[in-house]
Structure formats: structure tokens, C-alpha cells
Design a protein around this ligand. Structure first.
Ligand code: UT7
Length: 405
């Protein structure tokens, strides 16, 4: 029996639709295998594979970060959509591992893209964040207030692992995925979404950080969790995930006015192969309908759905006019499902050679880099001049202060 989606009904009819017209993913090159982990914690390849389905995950190198991975994914998505950075109205980055509390990772990416007309913000809904973000962007497009939005799921989860906790450190990996959403009057795109939260389960997984009431006392929170490190009660989260997936997808299908038989593909959050198989059983569908790549990337939190979507598209598992569902679940507790009618990128397949837009995008990225380098060079030059002539430095600082008054 499907619980009616209560306050989410009725869907307001709209003649504007939000279509996914671009997609891209980026993962670090460095691979961390289960055998590598055997040298770090007391575990085994056999245990990890049989309990999770994971064989390896990607781990960010020294020069990689949440924003750099997100940027790469976003650039690829813009390429597929053949959209200019200056056409973007909104950039949303779903992440639990932002570069800073602020400025947002989205603002960093906005600058690096040269998206100078875009608003940007980070979204915190853990592993459900990407679906939340796509829904927020789709609503803005459907309402008529925006034309183009980029939604990115990006994480460097390996930076917040407690490498002594074998129950969590074997699960997570790094990566990013992005989609471009665009307004259209052609029916399709994002058809429905169900967003949910149960904050009473907030202690089951999380990363305590600067705002935590316990920061004064020690590097540990009052319930013993390490600051800035992830903790999880795996068994309880497992039960929660298997409980909500079926109901959530069925509610999104009701809202989209289609049935499970109409679906061609389900892109789930990649937490554990056993969770995905259990979901297939409870929905009574062929497990092959679910995209599964947890074996190669582990759990990349908010990045896992867009990465899995990109791979499914590459493998031609979805074609125009197919229906697909996304389902995310994780910290909060939060969960979110979505039904879309797939559009594809009509322009991407037909374009050949360097288009004018490609050249303009390259120019935009280059000019941002040159500006940033110029700013750094200028700063260094001033610091040097101040060291050579301290009196000049004092006068300059006084002048700067006076300008601010
Ligand atoms: O993305 C957010 C959503 N996250 C999830 O959905 C994660 C959901 N949870 C899970 O995927 C699973 O609960 C885990 C994979 C985290 C754990 O699997 P489990 O089958 O629930 O194992 P368990 O925690 O019940 O532990 C079973 C045994 C324990 O030993 P004893 O007490 O039975 O002797 C653990 O100490 O396995 C032990 N164990 C390990 N052994 C080897 C726990 N972690 C490991 C390990 N290697 N890495």
C-alpha cells in the first residue's frame, strides 16, 4: 500500500518544464583498493566485498578538492549541453565536504567557470543532496524565474574519514557529478520529487563541525564523535535505507502519474550493493533496472547519483522519452526520490569540431585563470615593495583604511 504523498499534492500544472540537457562526472585518478585498506585497518577484501559490493574507491590527490572535482564535472556538463557560463542563472553544489563553511563551494565554481550572472549556494542534505538540488533548480525553472541551472554533487569524503573506524572508512570515496537543467515548453524533464527528513535520526550519521555546541570542550563531541570526522551507525542506517526506498519511489511515481512498469531505469544512491538489491526485491523489479557502480567508486555521498547517471548514459541505458527515477538517502536523516522523463542532449551528438560556443567557454575559463594569476602576482609584488620600503607599506595601508571609511 503506497502512502499518499499528502502535502505534495496536487501538482500544479505548468507549461514550463525543466529538462536535463547536460551531464558530466569527474573522479580522482588515484585508486584505493580493499587490499590497500587491509594495511590501514583490520579488514579484508572478502569482508568488504561480501558486505558492501565495494572493490575499490577513488581518493583525491593533494591538488584535488571538492571544488576542483565539481568544476571538472560542471565543465563537462556545460560541454554536453553546449551552454555558455554566462547563460547560467543558478549553481547549486550538494556536498557534505565543502571547501569552507563559506564562501560556498558553489561560489568558487561560479567564479572559476566565469558564470558572472549566476547565483550560487551549497546545499546540505548529505547523500540525498543531489536530488534535493535538482528539485530546487527545477522548481525555479518551472516557476519562470530562471532558464538555466547547474546542479553539482561533489565530495571528498576520504578527507573526513576516521581511518581507525573500519565500519565507515572502507565505504567512502571521492568524486563529482553535475547536470545542466534548462527551461523548455516541451513536456518532460523533472516530473515529480518527494523530499523527506527525519531529524530524530540525526545522531545515526554525521560530521560534527564548527557550530557544534561541544567545540569549546575538546576535539570530541559530547557523544564521543571526533570533530570534522564522519561517524555512522551502519546497521541502523541500513535498516532506515531499506525501509524508505520503496515507499519513496512509489510516491514519486504516483505524483508523476506513471507506474513502476513505465520506468526504464532507477539511479539509486550508491551506499551498499545489498541495499540496492533489497530495494529491487521490495519493488519487485529486475535488479538490472538499478544502476550499480558502488564496486568501483564506493559511496561518494551527494556525488553518487550524478556519477551513476553519467555512466548509465555513456552505456546507453537510457534513451529520449524513457522514464527514470533517482533515489537518495542518508544523513539528516534525509531521503528524496524523483521521476524524470529523459530528454538527452540533442545538440551534443550532432555537433562536430570546435563550435563557437566551445571556443567562448575555453576563453571564459582562460580569462578567469589569467585574472586570478594576475591578482596573485600583483599581491606578491606589493608585499615585496612593502618589505623593501616599510614606510611606503604603512602609508599604503593607511590609504586603504581611509578608502574604507
Ligand atoms: O551514504 C549514507 C548511507 N549509508 C549507508 O547506507 C550505509 C548503510 N550500512 C551499511 O552499509 C552496513 O551496515 C555496513 C557495511 C556499514 C556494515 O555492514 P553490516 O553487515 O551491518 O556489519 P555490522 O556493522 O553489523 O558488523 C558485523 C561485524 C562486526 O563484528 P562482530 O561484532 O559481529 O564480531 C563488526 O565489528 O563485522 C565487523 N566489521 C568488520 N569486519 C571487517 C565491521 N566493519 C568491518 C570491516 N572489516 N571493515
Amino acid at each position: 500500500m503506497v502512502t499518499p504523498p499528502n502535502n505534495d499534492m496536487p501538482v500544479i500544472p505548468s507549461t514550463r518544464y525543466a529538462h536535463i540537457v547536460g551531464w558530466g562526472m569527474a573522479v580522482p585518478e588515484k585508486i584505493l583498493t580493499n587490499q590497500d585498506l587491509e594495511a590501514i585497518v583490520e579488514t579484508s577484501d572478502d569482508w568488504i566485498q561480501s558486505r558492501t559490493g565495494i572493490k575499490e574507491r577513488r581518493i583525491a590527490g593533494e591538488t584535488e578538492s571538492t571544488a576542483s572535482l565539481g568544476l571538472k564535472a560542471a565543465r563537462k556538463a556545460l560541454e554536453v549541453a553546449d551552454i555558455l557560463p554566462t547563460d547560467i542563472d543558478l549553481i547549486v553544489v550538494a556536498t557534505s565536504t565543502p571547501e569552507n563553511i563559506f564562501p560556498s563551494t558553489a561560489s568558487l565554481i561560479q567564479n572559476w567557470l566565469g558564470a558572472n550572472r549566476a547565483g550560487a549556494f551549497d546545499l546540505s542534505a548529505a547523500c540525498s543532496g543531489f536530488v534535493y538540488g535538482v528539485d530546487m533548480a527545477a522548481q525555479a525553472i518551472r516557476s519562470g524565474s530562471m532558464q538555466v541551472a547547474v546542479v553539482i554533487g561533489a565530495e571528498t569524503m576520504t578527507r573526513v574519514m576516521d581511518w581507525q573506524d573500519r565500519g565507515t572508512c572502507i565505504l567512502f570515496g571521492d568524486g563529482a557529478g553535475a547536470v545542466v537543467l534548462k527551461a523548455s515548453d516541451v513536456e518532460g524533464g523533472v516530473l515529480s520529487a518527494i523530499l523527506r527528513s527525519d531529524g530524530s535520526g540525526g545522531d545515526l550519521l554525521g560530521i560534527p563541525t564548527v557550530g557544534s555546541e561541544d567545540l569549546y570542550h575538546s576535539d570530541f563531541s559530547s557523544n564521543g564523535h571526533k570533530m570534522h570526522k564522519m561517524h555512522m551507525n551502519g546497521g541502523e542506517v541500513f535498516k532506515f535505507a531499506t525501509r524508505v526506498i520503496k515507499d519513496s519511489i512509489e510516491q514519486a511515481l504516483v505524483k508523476a502519474n506513471i507506474s513502476i512498469e513505465d520506468l526504464s531505469l532507477i539511479v539509486p544512491h550508491q551506499a551498499n550493493e545489498r541495499i540496492i538489491k533489497a530495494a529491487a526485491r521490495s519493488l519487485n523489479v529486475d535488479p538490472d533496472m538499478f544502476v550499480l557502480n558502488v564496486d568501483r567508486y564506493g559511496n561518494t555521498s551527494a556525488a553518487s547519483i550524478p556519477i551513476a547517471l553519467c555512466e548509465a548514459i555513456e552505456q546507453k541505458r537510457i534513451k529520449p522519452d524513457d522514464y527514470a527515477a533517482f533515489i537518495g538517502f542518508g544523513g539528516g536523516l534525509t531521503w528524496a526520490s524523483m521521476v524524470i522523463k529523459w530528454t538527452g542532449a540533442k545538440t551534443a551528438d550532432t555537433r562536430t569540431g570546435l563550435s563557437i560556443n566551445q571556443q567562448r567557454r575555453q576563453f571564459s575559463y582562460l580569462s578567469v585563470r589569467v585574472r586570478a594569476q594576475w591578482k596573485r602576482f600583483n599581491q606578491r609584488l606589493q608585499n615585496l615593495a612593502d618589505r623593501i620600503n616599510p614606510r611606503r607599506g604603512r602609508i599604503r595601508r593607511l590609504r586603504d583604511k581611509a578608502d574604507q571609511l
